[in-house]
Ligand binder design. Sequence first.
Ligand SMILES: [Zn+2]
Ligand SMILES: [Zn+2]
Length: 462
Amino acid sequence: MARELASVLVLVLPFLLLVWRTGAGGLDVDKLLFGEEYDVSAPSSLPPRLNLSRSSPPTGGDDEWKEEILRLARRPEAVEWVKELRRRIHEHPELAYEEVQTGRLIMEELDAMGVEYRFPLAMTGIVATIGTGEPPIVALRADMDALPIQEAVEWKHKSKIPGKMHACGHDAHVAMLVGAAKILKAREHHLKGTVKLLFQPAEEAGIGAKRMIEDGALRGVEAIFAVHVSHEHPTSVIGSKAGPLLAGCGFFKAVIKGRQGPADNPRHSVDPILAASAAVISLQNIVSRESNPLDSQVVSVAAVNGGSNLDLVPESAILGGTFRAFSNASFHKLRQRIEEIIVMQSSVYKCSASVDFFENERFYPPTVNDDIMYKHVKNVAVSLLGPKNYKDVPPMMGAEDFSFYSEIVPAAFYYIGVRNESLGSIHTGHSPYFMIDEDVLPVGAAVHAAIAERYFFLLEQG
Ligand SMILES: [Zn+2]
Ligand SMILES: [Zn+2]
Protein backbone atom coordinates (compact mmCIF):
# COMPACT_ATOMS: atom_id res chain seq x y z
CA MET A 1 0.00 0.00 0.00
CA ALA A 2 2.77 2.39 1.06
CA ARG A 3 4.67 1.42 -2.07
CA GLU A 4 1.65 2.12 -4.23
CA LEU A 5 1.23 5.50 -2.54
CA ALA A 6 4.88 6.28 -3.12
CA SER A 7 4.63 5.45 -6.80
CA VAL A 8 1.49 7.60 -7.11
CA LEU A 9 3.31 10.44 -5.40
CA VAL A 10 6.27 10.09 -7.73
CA LEU A 11 3.87 10.48 -10.63
CA VAL A 12 1.76 13.27 -9.18
CA LEU A 13 4.25 15.36 -7.20
CA PRO A 14 5.96 17.06 -10.16
CA PHE A 15 2.53 18.06 -11.44
CA LEU A 16 1.48 19.40 -8.04
CA LEU A 17 4.72 21.39 -7.77
CA LEU A 18 4.17 22.81 -11.25
CA VAL A 19 0.64 23.86 -10.33
CA TRP A 20 1.89 25.43 -7.09
CA ARG A 21 4.66 27.33 -8.84
CA THR A 22 2.56 28.42 -11.80
CA GLY A 23 0.77 31.76 -11.47
CA ALA A 24 -2.77 32.32 -12.63
CA GLY A 25 -1.36 33.72 -15.85
CA GLY A 26 -0.07 30.24 -16.72
CA LEU A 27 3.62 31.14 -16.43
CA ASP A 28 6.23 28.44 -15.88
CA VAL A 29 7.80 29.94 -12.79
CA ASP A 30 10.88 27.70 -12.56
CA LYS A 31 11.84 28.46 -16.14
CA LEU A 32 11.21 32.15 -15.71
CA LEU A 33 12.99 32.49 -12.40
CA PHE A 34 15.98 30.31 -13.01
CA GLY A 35 16.20 29.71 -16.75
CA GLU A 36 19.47 28.25 -17.89
CA GLU A 37 21.58 30.77 -16.00
CA TYR A 38 20.68 29.78 -12.44
CA ASP A 39 20.50 26.46 -10.72
CA VAL A 40 17.14 25.72 -9.08
CA SER A 41 19.08 25.15 -5.85
CA ALA A 42 20.17 28.83 -5.92
CA PRO A 43 18.89 30.91 -2.99
CA SER A 44 16.01 32.49 -4.95
CA SER A 45 12.71 30.93 -4.03
CA LEU A 46 9.09 31.92 -3.76
CA PRO A 47 8.76 32.23 0.03
CA PRO A 48 10.33 35.42 1.37
CA ARG A 49 13.75 34.88 2.94
CA LEU A 50 13.87 38.23 4.70
CA ASN A 51 13.04 37.90 8.37
CA LEU A 52 11.62 41.11 9.81
CA SER A 53 10.49 40.05 13.23
CA ARG A 54 11.24 43.51 14.59
CA SER A 55 8.05 45.54 14.87
CA SER A 56 9.84 48.87 14.55
CA PRO A 57 12.47 50.01 12.09
CA PRO A 58 16.03 49.05 13.01
CA THR A 59 17.66 52.07 14.62
CA GLY A 60 20.90 53.15 16.23
CA GLY A 61 24.48 52.71 15.21
CA ASP A 62 23.81 52.32 11.50
CA ASP A 63 22.65 55.73 10.38
CA GLU A 64 25.51 56.19 7.94
CA TRP A 65 23.50 54.63 5.10
CA LYS A 66 20.61 57.08 5.51
CA GLU A 67 22.75 60.18 5.58
CA GLU A 68 24.88 59.04 2.68
CA ILE A 69 21.97 57.96 0.46
CA LEU A 70 20.08 61.19 1.12
CA ARG A 71 23.24 63.23 0.61
CA LEU A 72 23.89 61.56 -2.75
CA ALA A 73 20.26 62.10 -3.81
CA ARG A 74 20.08 65.72 -2.69
CA ARG A 75 23.32 67.06 -4.14
CA PRO A 76 22.25 70.12 -6.18
CA GLU A 77 23.82 68.72 -9.37
CA ALA A 78 22.07 65.35 -8.83
CA VAL A 79 18.70 67.06 -8.30
CA GLU A 80 19.14 69.19 -11.42
CA TRP A 81 20.21 66.12 -13.43
CA VAL A 82 17.27 63.93 -12.38
CA LYS A 83 14.75 66.73 -13.04
CA GLU A 84 16.28 67.41 -16.45
CA LEU A 85 16.11 63.70 -17.31
CA ARG A 86 12.43 63.55 -16.37
CA ARG A 87 11.70 66.66 -18.46
CA ARG A 88 13.39 65.17 -21.54
CA ILE A 89 11.24 62.05 -21.20
CA HIS A 90 8.13 64.14 -20.55
CA GLU A 91 8.67 66.15 -23.73
CA HIS A 92 8.85 62.95 -25.83
CA PRO A 93 6.19 60.57 -24.54
CA GLU A 94 6.03 57.17 -26.23
CA LEU A 95 3.18 54.66 -26.11
CA ALA A 96 3.35 50.93 -25.31
CA TYR A 97 6.21 49.06 -27.02
CA GLU A 98 7.32 52.28 -28.74
CA GLU A 99 9.62 53.44 -25.92
CA VAL A 100 12.67 53.69 -28.20
CA GLN A 101 13.86 57.19 -27.43
CA THR A 102 13.10 56.74 -23.73
CA GLY A 103 15.18 53.55 -23.73
CA ARG A 104 18.01 55.31 -25.56
CA LEU A 105 18.07 58.04 -22.87
CA ILE A 106 18.16 55.41 -20.13
CA MET A 107 20.99 53.48 -21.79
CA GLU A 108 23.01 56.67 -22.34
CA GLU A 109 22.77 57.43 -18.63
CA LEU A 110 23.63 53.85 -17.65
CA ASP A 111 26.63 53.91 -20.03
CA ALA A 112 27.81 57.16 -18.45
CA MET A 113 27.63 55.53 -15.00
CA GLY A 114 29.38 52.34 -16.13
CA VAL A 115 26.28 50.26 -15.31
CA GLU A 116 25.81 47.07 -17.31
CA TYR A 117 22.45 46.23 -18.82
CA ARG A 118 20.61 43.78 -21.03
CA PHE A 119 18.57 45.08 -23.98
CA PRO A 120 16.05 44.43 -25.37
CA LEU A 121 13.56 42.48 -23.29
CA ALA A 122 9.87 42.68 -24.15
CA MET A 123 10.78 44.61 -27.32
CA THR A 124 11.85 47.89 -25.70
CA GLY A 125 12.63 46.90 -22.08
CA ILE A 126 16.00 47.14 -20.32
CA VAL A 127 17.38 45.29 -17.29
CA ALA A 128 20.42 46.89 -15.65
CA THR A 129 22.49 45.21 -12.93
CA ILE A 130 24.48 46.75 -10.10
CA GLY A 131 26.26 44.97 -7.24
CA THR A 132 28.21 41.76 -6.74
CA GLY A 133 26.76 39.94 -9.76
CA GLU A 134 25.82 37.12 -7.38
CA PRO A 135 22.64 36.23 -5.48
CA PRO A 136 20.75 37.43 -3.55
CA ILE A 137 19.12 39.41 -6.32
CA VAL A 138 16.53 42.10 -5.71
CA ALA A 139 14.61 43.89 -8.47
CA LEU A 140 13.34 47.47 -8.70
CA ARG A 141 10.92 48.25 -11.51
CA ALA A 142 9.90 51.37 -13.46
CA ASP A 143 7.37 51.51 -16.30
CA MET A 144 8.23 53.67 -19.31
CA ASP A 145 5.08 54.16 -21.41
CA ALA A 146 2.90 57.22 -21.87
CA LEU A 147 -0.79 57.63 -22.68
CA PRO A 148 -2.76 58.69 -25.79
CA ILE A 149 -3.83 61.97 -24.14
CA GLN A 150 -3.30 65.55 -25.27
CA GLU A 151 -1.49 67.44 -22.50
CA ALA A 152 -3.47 70.45 -21.26
CA VAL A 153 -0.81 71.74 -18.85
CA GLU A 154 0.94 74.81 -20.22
CA TRP A 155 4.55 74.72 -19.07
CA LYS A 156 8.03 74.88 -20.52
CA HIS A 157 8.46 71.14 -20.88
CA LYS A 158 4.99 70.27 -22.17
CA SER A 159 4.73 67.18 -24.39
CA LYS A 160 6.01 67.91 -27.88
CA ILE A 161 4.11 64.96 -29.36
CA PRO A 162 0.48 65.82 -30.20
CA GLY A 163 -2.00 63.45 -28.56
CA LYS A 164 0.56 61.74 -26.32
CA MET A 165 1.38 62.56 -22.72
CA HIS A 166 3.03 61.17 -19.63
CA ALA A 167 -0.23 61.55 -17.70
CA CYS A 168 0.46 58.71 -15.25
CA GLY A 169 3.93 59.78 -14.11
CA HIS A 170 5.89 56.99 -15.76
CA ASP A 171 8.43 59.64 -16.84
CA ALA A 172 9.01 60.28 -13.13
CA HIS A 173 9.26 56.54 -12.46
CA VAL A 174 12.03 56.20 -15.04
CA ALA A 175 13.90 59.24 -13.72
CA MET A 176 13.68 57.98 -10.12
CA LEU A 177 15.00 54.55 -11.08
CA VAL A 178 17.87 56.02 -13.12
CA GLY A 179 18.51 58.26 -10.09
CA ALA A 180 18.58 55.14 -7.90
CA ALA A 181 21.09 53.56 -10.31
CA LYS A 182 23.45 56.47 -9.72
CA ILE A 183 23.15 56.18 -5.94
CA LEU A 184 23.53 52.39 -5.98
CA LYS A 185 26.56 52.60 -8.29
CA ALA A 186 28.18 55.09 -5.93
CA ARG A 187 27.52 52.68 -3.04
CA GLU A 188 28.19 49.46 -4.96
CA HIS A 189 30.86 48.45 -2.44
CA HIS A 190 28.11 48.36 0.24
CA LEU A 191 25.84 46.03 -1.75
CA LYS A 192 25.81 42.46 -0.50
CA GLY A 193 24.03 41.14 -3.58
CA THR A 194 22.79 42.26 -6.98
CA VAL A 195 20.15 44.86 -7.82
CA LYS A 196 18.29 44.42 -11.08
CA LEU A 197 16.70 47.60 -12.42
CA LEU A 198 13.75 46.74 -14.67
CA PHE A 199 12.74 49.42 -17.17
CA GLN A 200 9.51 47.96 -18.46
CA PRO A 201 7.42 48.88 -21.51
CA ALA A 202 3.65 48.83 -21.92
CA GLU A 203 2.15 49.05 -18.45
CA GLU A 204 -0.90 51.00 -19.58
CA ALA A 205 -1.74 48.56 -22.37
CA GLY A 206 -0.06 45.43 -23.57
CA ILE A 207 0.89 43.84 -20.20
CA GLY A 208 4.59 44.59 -20.59
CA ALA A 209 5.34 43.05 -17.18
CA LYS A 210 4.29 39.63 -18.40
CA ARG A 211 6.49 39.97 -21.49
CA MET A 212 9.43 41.05 -19.30
CA ILE A 213 9.00 37.96 -17.15
CA GLU A 214 8.77 35.74 -20.23
CA ASP A 215 12.06 37.25 -21.42
CA GLY A 216 13.78 36.38 -18.14
CA ALA A 217 13.64 39.67 -16.20
CA LEU A 218 12.97 37.83 -12.93
CA ARG A 219 15.71 35.22 -13.33
CA GLY A 220 17.28 34.68 -9.92
CA VAL A 221 15.21 37.50 -8.37
CA GLU A 222 13.92 36.82 -4.86
CA ALA A 223 12.04 40.07 -4.18
CA ILE A 224 10.76 42.97 -6.27
CA PHE A 225 9.64 46.52 -5.47
CA ALA A 226 8.05 49.35 -7.45
CA VAL A 227 6.74 52.83 -6.78
CA HIS A 228 3.93 54.85 -8.37
CA VAL A 229 3.44 58.59 -8.00
CA SER A 230 0.21 59.59 -6.29
CA HIS A 231 -1.65 62.90 -6.27
CA GLU A 232 -3.39 61.82 -3.08
CA HIS A 233 -0.34 62.27 -0.84
CA PRO A 234 1.78 65.37 -0.25
CA THR A 235 5.11 65.42 -2.06
CA SER A 236 7.43 62.56 -1.06
CA VAL A 237 5.06 60.93 1.46
CA ILE A 238 5.20 57.15 1.03
CA GLY A 239 2.02 55.04 1.20
CA SER A 240 1.44 51.31 1.05
CA LYS A 241 -0.37 48.44 2.73
CA ALA A 242 0.03 44.74 3.39
CA GLY A 243 -1.94 42.29 1.25
CA PRO A 244 -4.20 43.28 -1.66
CA LEU A 245 -3.46 46.84 -2.76
CA LEU A 246 -4.88 47.10 -6.29
CA ALA A 247 -7.67 45.10 -7.86
CA GLY A 248 -7.42 42.48 -10.54
CA CYS A 249 -8.86 44.11 -13.64
CA GLY A 250 -10.39 42.51 -16.69
CA PHE A 251 -12.53 43.65 -19.60
CA PHE A 252 -15.02 41.70 -21.68
CA LYS A 253 -16.77 42.18 -24.98
CA ALA A 254 -19.45 39.75 -26.09
CA VAL A 255 -20.89 39.35 -29.56
CA ILE A 256 -24.37 37.82 -29.43
CA LYS A 257 -25.60 36.50 -32.74
CA GLY A 258 -29.22 35.93 -33.69
CA ARG A 259 -31.11 36.24 -36.97
CA GLN A 260 -32.25 39.46 -38.55
CA GLY A 261 -35.96 39.79 -39.16
CA PRO A 262 -38.87 42.23 -39.29
CA ALA A 263 -39.61 43.82 -35.92
CA ASP A 264 -43.35 43.91 -36.67
CA ASN A 265 -43.42 40.11 -37.05
CA PRO A 266 -40.53 38.96 -34.81
CA ARG A 267 -41.26 35.21 -34.95
CA HIS A 268 -39.14 35.08 -38.14
CA SER A 269 -36.11 36.47 -36.30
CA VAL A 270 -33.84 35.33 -33.46
CA ASP A 271 -33.54 38.38 -31.23
CA PRO A 272 -30.03 39.18 -29.90
CA ILE A 273 -31.32 42.34 -28.16
CA LEU A 274 -33.54 40.26 -25.89
CA ALA A 275 -30.65 37.87 -25.17
CA ALA A 276 -28.30 40.76 -24.39
CA SER A 277 -30.90 42.33 -22.07
CA ALA A 278 -31.31 39.07 -20.13
CA ALA A 279 -27.54 38.66 -19.92
CA VAL A 280 -27.09 42.19 -18.52
CA ILE A 281 -29.64 41.50 -15.76
CA SER A 282 -28.13 38.08 -14.95
CA LEU A 283 -24.59 39.48 -14.80
CA GLN A 284 -25.68 41.68 -11.89
CA ASN A 285 -26.42 38.56 -9.86
CA ILE A 286 -22.79 37.40 -9.79
CA VAL A 287 -21.67 39.96 -7.23
CA SER A 288 -25.01 40.35 -5.45
CA ARG A 289 -25.78 36.63 -5.07
CA GLU A 290 -22.65 34.56 -5.63
CA SER A 291 -19.80 36.59 -4.10
CA ASN A 292 -18.69 36.90 -0.50
CA PRO A 293 -19.94 40.33 0.60
CA LEU A 294 -16.70 40.83 2.53
CA ASP A 295 -14.62 40.23 -0.63
CA SER A 296 -14.98 43.38 -2.78
CA GLN A 297 -15.84 42.65 -6.40
CA VAL A 298 -17.36 44.55 -9.30
CA VAL A 299 -19.01 43.56 -12.58
CA SER A 300 -20.11 46.52 -14.69
CA VAL A 301 -21.69 46.41 -18.13
CA ALA A 302 -20.53 49.64 -19.70
CA ALA A 303 -21.50 49.22 -23.35
CA VAL A 304 -24.51 47.79 -25.18
CA ASN A 305 -24.88 48.15 -28.93
CA GLY A 306 -27.26 46.51 -31.35
CA GLY A 307 -29.30 47.52 -34.35
CA SER A 308 -29.94 50.87 -35.97
CA ASN A 309 -33.21 50.34 -37.82
CA LEU A 310 -36.24 50.84 -35.58
CA ASP A 311 -38.26 48.39 -37.66
CA LEU A 312 -35.74 45.53 -37.79
CA VAL A 313 -34.54 42.92 -35.27
CA PRO A 314 -30.77 43.07 -35.80
CA GLU A 315 -28.44 40.22 -36.70
CA SER A 316 -26.26 40.74 -33.64
CA ALA A 317 -25.75 42.73 -30.46
CA ILE A 318 -22.60 43.63 -28.56
CA LEU A 319 -22.21 44.12 -24.84
CA GLY A 320 -19.13 44.72 -22.80
CA GLY A 321 -17.72 46.05 -19.57
CA THR A 322 -15.21 45.46 -16.82
CA PHE A 323 -14.75 43.33 -13.71
CA ARG A 324 -12.55 43.76 -10.64
CA ALA A 325 -11.60 41.64 -7.63
CA PHE A 326 -8.92 41.60 -4.94
CA SER A 327 -8.01 37.92 -4.99
CA ASN A 328 -6.89 35.73 -7.87
CA ALA A 329 -9.56 33.14 -7.05
CA SER A 330 -12.38 35.70 -7.16
CA PHE A 331 -10.94 37.36 -10.25
CA HIS A 332 -10.82 34.15 -12.26
CA LYS A 333 -14.21 33.07 -10.95
CA LEU A 334 -15.70 36.33 -12.23
CA ARG A 335 -14.18 35.73 -15.64
CA GLN A 336 -15.60 32.21 -15.76
CA ARG A 337 -19.10 33.25 -14.63
CA ILE A 338 -19.31 36.23 -17.02
CA GLU A 339 -18.60 33.92 -19.93
CA GLU A 340 -21.00 31.21 -18.73
CA ILE A 341 -23.84 33.66 -18.13
CA ILE A 342 -23.54 35.44 -21.47
CA VAL A 343 -23.24 32.21 -23.46
CA MET A 344 -26.03 30.42 -21.58
CA GLN A 345 -28.46 33.33 -21.48
CA SER A 346 -27.93 33.75 -25.20
CA SER A 347 -28.75 30.10 -25.80
CA VAL A 348 -31.98 30.50 -23.79
CA TYR A 349 -33.04 32.97 -26.49
CA LYS A 350 -31.75 30.71 -29.32
CA CYS A 351 -28.75 32.99 -29.93
CA SER A 352 -25.06 32.13 -29.92
CA ALA A 353 -22.41 34.19 -28.13
CA SER A 354 -18.64 34.52 -27.92
CA VAL A 355 -16.84 36.54 -25.27
CA ASP A 356 -13.41 38.17 -25.69
CA PHE A 357 -11.48 38.93 -22.49
CA PHE A 358 -8.49 40.67 -24.16
CA GLU A 359 -6.15 38.45 -22.16
CA ASN A 360 -3.06 39.50 -24.12
CA GLU A 361 -3.75 43.21 -23.78
CA ARG A 362 -5.63 44.25 -20.67
CA PHE A 363 -5.95 41.48 -18.12
CA TYR A 364 -4.28 42.24 -14.81
CA PRO A 365 -4.37 40.00 -11.74
CA PRO A 366 -4.71 41.72 -8.32
CA THR A 367 -1.59 43.42 -6.96
CA VAL A 368 -0.93 41.76 -3.62
CA ASN A 369 1.86 42.98 -1.34
CA ASP A 370 3.81 40.35 0.53
CA ASP A 371 3.55 41.11 4.27
CA ILE A 372 7.31 41.07 4.83
CA MET A 373 8.18 43.10 1.72
CA TYR A 374 5.50 45.66 2.64
CA LYS A 375 7.00 45.91 6.12
CA HIS A 376 10.47 46.33 4.63
CA VAL A 377 9.25 49.26 2.49
CA LYS A 378 7.56 50.83 5.51
CA ASN A 379 10.64 50.39 7.72
CA VAL A 380 12.95 51.89 5.12
CA ALA A 381 10.59 54.82 4.44
CA VAL A 382 10.19 55.57 8.15
CA SER A 383 13.94 55.28 8.78
CA LEU A 384 14.90 57.39 5.79
CA LEU A 385 12.17 60.03 5.76
CA GLY A 386 10.71 59.94 9.29
CA PRO A 387 7.39 58.53 10.56
CA LYS A 388 5.40 61.58 9.37
CA ASN A 389 6.31 60.73 5.79
CA TYR A 390 4.78 57.27 5.74
CA LYS A 391 1.13 56.25 5.89
CA ASP A 392 -0.85 53.07 5.38
CA VAL A 393 -3.38 53.42 2.56
CA PRO A 394 -6.66 51.69 1.72
CA PRO A 395 -6.91 49.34 -1.29
CA MET A 396 -8.01 50.83 -4.62
CA MET A 397 -10.08 49.43 -7.50
CA GLY A 398 -7.42 50.53 -10.03
CA ALA A 399 -4.99 47.99 -11.46
CA GLU A 400 -1.29 47.60 -12.25
CA ASP A 401 0.56 45.07 -14.31
CA PHE A 402 3.15 44.91 -11.49
CA SER A 403 0.77 42.17 -10.34
CA PHE A 404 2.43 39.75 -12.78
CA TYR A 405 5.68 40.10 -10.83
CA SER A 406 3.92 39.87 -7.46
CA GLU A 407 2.34 36.58 -8.52
CA ILE A 408 5.78 35.04 -8.86
CA VAL A 409 8.14 36.54 -6.27
CA PRO A 410 7.50 38.30 -2.93
CA ALA A 411 6.77 41.90 -3.85
CA ALA A 412 5.74 45.29 -2.55
CA PHE A 413 4.18 48.16 -4.48
CA TYR A 414 4.05 51.57 -2.86
CA TYR A 415 3.07 55.15 -3.66
CA ILE A 416 5.06 58.34 -3.40
CA GLY A 417 3.14 61.61 -3.10
CA VAL A 418 3.38 64.35 -5.75
CA ARG A 419 0.59 66.59 -4.44
CA ASN A 420 1.45 70.25 -4.05
CA GLU A 421 -1.46 72.70 -4.16
CA SER A 422 0.77 75.71 -4.70
CA LEU A 423 2.14 74.16 -7.90
CA GLY A 424 -1.23 72.80 -9.03
CA SER A 425 -0.16 69.14 -8.92
CA ILE A 426 -3.54 68.01 -7.67
CA HIS A 427 -4.95 66.12 -10.65
CA THR A 428 -5.37 62.39 -10.80
CA GLY A 429 -3.38 60.21 -13.17
CA HIS A 430 -4.75 59.98 -16.74
CA SER A 431 -6.03 63.57 -16.52
CA PRO A 432 -4.76 65.94 -19.25
CA TYR A 433 -4.01 68.31 -16.36
CA PHE A 434 -1.86 65.75 -14.52
CA MET A 435 1.45 67.11 -13.28
CA ILE A 436 3.91 66.30 -10.54
CA ASP A 437 5.95 68.18 -7.98
CA GLU A 438 9.44 67.39 -9.28
CA ASP A 439 10.91 67.65 -5.79
CA VAL A 440 9.73 64.05 -5.45
CA LEU A 441 12.40 62.80 -7.87
CA PRO A 442 15.51 62.77 -5.63
CA VAL A 443 13.47 61.37 -2.74
CA GLY A 444 12.06 58.57 -4.88
CA ALA A 445 15.55 57.71 -6.11
CA ALA A 446 16.81 57.55 -2.52
CA VAL A 447 13.91 55.34 -1.37
CA HIS A 448 14.45 52.92 -4.28
CA ALA A 449 18.16 52.65 -3.53
CA ALA A 450 17.65 52.27 0.21
CA ILE A 451 15.06 49.51 -0.21
CA ALA A 452 17.51 47.42 -2.24
CA GLU A 453 20.61 48.10 -0.15
CA ARG A 454 18.86 47.50 3.17
CA TYR A 455 17.28 44.30 1.89
CA PHE A 456 20.74 42.75 1.49
CA PHE A 457 21.90 44.14 4.81
CA LEU A 458 18.92 42.78 6.75
CA LEU A 459 19.10 39.44 4.97
CA GLU A 460 22.73 39.11 6.07
CA GLN A 461 21.75 40.07 9.63
CA GLY A 462 19.21 37.24 9.61
ZN1 LIG B 1 -1.81 54.78 -15.71
ZN1 LIG C 1 0.82 54.29 -14.00
